[in-house]
Design a protein around this ligand. Structure first.
Ligand SMILES: [Zn+2]
Length: 59
């Protein structure tokens, strides 16, 4: 898995971020899984607006 350096979206096999076309990094830690961005307080706090997994930190 890789995470986007720009928006922290985690992808499995993509080579660029499908959300923002940002660069991906294998060096990330933690994961936030957003299933319902409208109702998730974590998603709101972290400004995550799309269903998916997000890294907490990307190096
Ligand atoms: Zn991105």
């Amino acid at each position: 898995m890789k995470a986007c350096k720009n928006c922290r979206f985690i992808v499995q096999i993509e080579k660029i971020c499908p959300k923002c076309q940002g660069e991906l990094s294998e060096k990330f830690s933690g994961a936030i899984i957003v299933l319902d961005p409208e109702k998730s307080e974590i998603a709101k706090l972290a400004e995550l607006n799309t269903i998916g997994s997000y890294a907490v930190k990307v190096k």
